[in-house]
Design a protein around this ligand. Structure first.
Ligand code: SAM
Ligand code: DTB
Ligand code: SF4
Length: 365
């Protein structure tokens, strides 16, 4: 039976002397991963702003007065162009985010399925974060070639109520289960710096670590306190808290990719290096997260050089999904990508798939 974590046992790890904590996390990291590889992932906001939810941290909630540029759903061709750009900058994963409460079964969802199939066809790991999702919708995304679904718990169940009132913690857990049942790799983590206690942070980790299977990917975000949101006055998170959180996450979820996510613009190179030492194995790169700024990718690459890190190739932790949704890409007269031949199945045989995997590994050396 899987080990069950308790709040006391996780708090004990979180509160260790920092040097001990980093050493233990670095050891766990080495036993489960190549410590010199860090995955570069790019975020793309495919539909920005106007969200009906009231998440207290989020600049995209319609009810807050923030200075973001709202956008309707991007076209498939725009997404393809952005994905190619991300790939050429070293990203092996694209995470597409929409400011939706939940997925709806409409033409916009069909368009997202086309985006998923297109980006999977570029041999990148495709992740989506589209809000709540039913099992049926998860299956359609899996069929289109979705690799991962991001749905954060954000905080402990208790603290969640202080931050969001328009949905329940259990709604989040249900969507995570739906992704898992459809065979999609789960990406779920949270935010620190929202006025929570150390107990709240560790309680969130207990919930994640006791999931079966554990999430394959755990983003740890430092709050980006955006003007106009209820959390605009929050003080920046001390780097030591970020290191502790990353290290504890690494120890309780040894096999997961731990993502050093929002908040890097406020961190020094040395602070980020401690996070890598403590087991962070991915960053979001590119000049923007979803709506807020992110460090320059050239600086990230300089830091990788200094530390001897290299970008990780796609699909090292799981097979590339076969896009099987029955769409086939072709160009419309307007130049937007459209789809035809709904019964056509795109399949790659096993030999071709394993050859592609070996080639990608060689390329990443
Ligand atoms: N609407 C979808 C949802 O809520 O699941 C997807 C998009 S939402 C922006 C994705 C995640 O971004 C949130 O769950 C939250 O963890 C993170 N996030 C949003 N605003 C943030 C902020 N200001 N600082 C740090 N993380 C943030
Ligand atoms: C995650 O945990 N962090 C990313 C990704 N998953 C979707 C999003 C961070 C958003 C930060 C605020 C913004 O740029 O709007
Ligand atoms: Fe909407 Fe997601 Fe932002 Fe919450 S976090 S307001 S659900 S976009």
């Amino acid at each position: 039976m899987d080990k069950k974590w308790t709040l006391d046992s996780v708090l004990e790890i979180y509160n260790k002397p920092l040097m001990e904590l980093i050493y233990e996390a670095a050891t766990t990291h080495r036993l489960n991963h190549n410590p010199l590889e860090v995955q570069i992932s790019t975020l793309l906001s495919i539909k920005t702003g106007g969200c009906p939810e009231d998440c207290g941290y989020c600049p995209q909630a319609a009810r807050y007065h923030t200075d973001i540029e709202k956008n309707d759903l991007m076209s498939v061709s725009q997404v393809k162009a952005q994905a190619l750009r991300a790939k050429s900058n070293g990203s092996s994963r694209l995470c597409m985010g929409a400011a939706w409460r939940n997925i709806q079964n409409n033409e916009e969802f069909d368009q997202v399925l086309e985006m998923v199939e297109t980006v999977n066809g570029l041999d990148m790991e495709v992740c989506c974060t589209l809000g709540m999702m039913t099992e049926e919708q998860a299956k359609r995304l899996a069929d289109a070639g979705l690799y991962a679904y991001n749905h954060n718990l954000d905080s402990s169940e208790d603290h969640y109520k202080e931050i969001i009132s328009t949905r329940e913690y259990d709604d989040r857990i249900k969507t995570i289960e739906n992704a898992s049942k459809a065979g999609i790799s789960v990406c779920s983590g949270g935010i620190i710096g929202m006025g929570e206690t150390d107990g709240d942070r560790c309680s969130m980790l207990v919930t994640l670590a006791n999931m079966s299977p554990q999430p394959k990917s755990v983003p740890i975000n430092a709050l980006v306190a955006v003007e106009g949101t209820p959390l605009e006055e929050q003080k920046p998170v001390p780097i030591w808290d970020m290191v502790r959180m990353v290290a504890t996450t690494r120890i309780v979820m040894p096999e997961a990719v731990v993502r050093l996510s929002a908040g890097r613009t406020d961190m020094t190179d040395e602070g980020q290096s401690l996070c890598f030492m403590a087991g962070a194995s991915s960053i979001f790169a590119g000049d923007k997260l979803l709506t807020t700024p992110n460090p320059d990718v050239k600086n990230d690459m300089k830091l990788f050089d200094v530390l001897g890190l290299k970008p990780k190739a796609p699909f090292e932790d799981g097979d590339q999904p076969v896009s099987n949704s029955g769409y086939k890409e072709c160009m419309s007269t307007k130049g937007n990508v459209k789809w035809s031949r709904p019964d056509h199945k795109i399949e790659r045989n096993e030999e071709a798939k394993s050859k592609a995997k070996v080639a990608r590994k060689e390329l990443s050396k």
